[in-house]
Write a new protein. Structure first.
Length: 51
C-alpha cells in the first residue's frame, strides 16, 4: 500500500442518518403512508420469493 493511501483510509468517518430525519413531517409520502394500507402488496408478491 502506498503511504498516501494509508492516510486516506485512516480518515474514513461514518455518519448515521435515518430516513425519518431526511423526510420532512409534512411531506406527501408521509401523508400517503398514513392514509393507505400497503400490506396487501406483500400477499401479491409473496410467491415471487423463495422459501
Amino acid at each position: 500500500m502506498v503511504r498516501g493511501e494509508e492516510n486516506v483510509l485512516n480518515n474514513v468517518k461514518y455518519v448515521m442518518i435515518s430516513l425519518e430525519e431526511l423526510v420532512s413531517e409534512d411531506h406527501l409520502n408521509r401523508k400517503v403512508d398514513e392514509a393507505m394500507d400497503f400490506t396487501f402488496i406483500y400477499l401479491i408478491i409473496e410467491s415471487t420469493y423463495s422459501a
